[in-house]
Design a protein around this ligand. Structure first.
Ligand SMILES: Cc1ncc(COP(=O)(O)O)c(C=O)c1O
Length: 357
């Protein structure tokens, strides 16, 4: 069977530390949300302020934002995962948010960051969060466009590590991560669930048939329990033992492998994809999964068939506003996928789509 998530492997890492440009500071947290809460706290964003989010976003994170005392508003994301620039600007004018989140959906660079001079103008006195949870970030490629512009990732989604890196200008990141003891029990619980989850996904890749599927289903349950728990702590938590490896992610290798895999998916599925996206070479290397965007009336049949064959993909961000009109599945990408496995996923997906015409 094939794991849909990264598995334990040193192939994701290298010995040499990645370089961070001199003007940029990096802090390490337990999760994206923990980094986010710390920014709100340290930058003294008043409770009750609006946080502007894309409408393709995680409901659980939105609920956590509300339980931290903030209001949420959305700007629309188009069917092809692009943000709509006009509506985005209109929403900023209407809502006057204190914080704006721009999400590189599935790791595909948001078009809002193309020619970003205009963006710096509309968000000049706003905290701008570049949500890179689905993306592998090479710190050398980070481009800070304005004061209080921060980039946050969520490593567990793209490499076998729990934790999130926060990057920003040294002058804006004039604070440190929380102490070791702050939210300690929450941290322990998150790590405990993550260790079981990663062991489960790793076993999926090596065990035979039915046993593999059982471990996959257990790993998926544990993973979702982890997703649910993460971000619940009112006080943010710093990152843990993953810090050492997080500085040694092998971007070059991961990007090369993913580009090749995306090319394979495109080649073997192109004639059947209900919605084909134009994906740049750069995006191919940094995407979380290969996006399969499906019309609502066929999506359930296709998902059920693929899962019944043991590939435990899901509808992603399925409780978002965007997902009311269509569904998206991420087909697996990463170091744990061999060429043979990618071809097997393509064969399964083709069969699922053809059976549900
Ligand atoms: C789009 C998006 N942003 C942020 C987050 C929060 O990431 P974390 O779970 O690391 O807090 C998630 C969580 O799944 C997400 O889907």
């Amino acid at each position: 069977m094939i794991s849909t998530q990264p598995v334990l492997s040193f192939g994701y890492f290298k010995f040499k530390k990645n370089k961070i440009p001199g003007n940029i500071r990096r802090l390490f947290y337990l999760s994206w949300e923990d980094a986010f809460w710390d920014i709100l706290l340290k930058k003294k964003v008043p409770m009750g302020s609006f946080i502007l989010l894309p409408d393709f976003f995680c409901k659980d994170v939105e609920e956590n934002i509300k339980s931290h005392g903030y209001k949420v508003s959305h700007y629309p994301i188009k069917k092809n995962l692009d943000a709509d620039k006009k509506s985005f600007i209109e929403k900023i004018r209407q809502v006057k948010p204190k914080v704006v989140v721009i999400f590189h959906t599935n790791g595909i660079k948001s078009k809002l960051f193309e020619n970003c001079e205009w963006l710096a103008r509309v968000t000049h006195d706003i905290i701008l969060i570049e949500d890179s949870v689905h993306k592998i970030i090479d710190p050398e490629k980070i481009n800070i466009i304005k004061k209080d512009h921060f980039v946050i990732n969520s490593l567990r989604k793209v490499v076998p590590l729990q934790g999130s890196e926060l990057f920003g200008d040294r002058e804006d990141l004039d604070f440190s991560t929380p102490s070791f003891v702050q939210s300690f029990r929450y941290r322990l619980k998150v790590y405990f669930l993550w260790v079981l989850t990663i062991l489960g996904w790793s076993l999926v890749n090596i065990l035979p048939g039915r046993l593999s599927k059982k471990f996959g289903l257990a790993a998926e349950k544990l993973m979702l329990a982890g997703y649910n728990l993460i971000g619940d702590s009112i006080l943010p938590a710093k990152g843990g033992p993953g810090g050492f490896l997080s500085r040694r992610v092998n971007f070059e290798k991961i990007e090369k492998v993913k580009r090749h895999q995306v090319d394979t998916y495109e080649r073997l599925l192109a004639d059947l994809l209900p919605l084909k996206l134009f994906i740049t070479v750069e995006d191919k290397g940094s995407m979380r999964g290969f996006p399969l965007i499906l019309p609502k009336n066929r999506a359930n049949g296709i998902l059920e068939f693929i899962r019944s064959k043991g590939l435990l993909v899901r509808f992603e961000l399925d409780d978002s506003v965007w997902a009311r009109n269509q569904k998206i599945i991420y087909l697996p990408l990463g170091i744990h996928m061999t060429q043979r496995k990618v071809e097997e996923v393509c064969r399964l997906t083709r069969e699922a789509i053809l059976r549900n015409f």
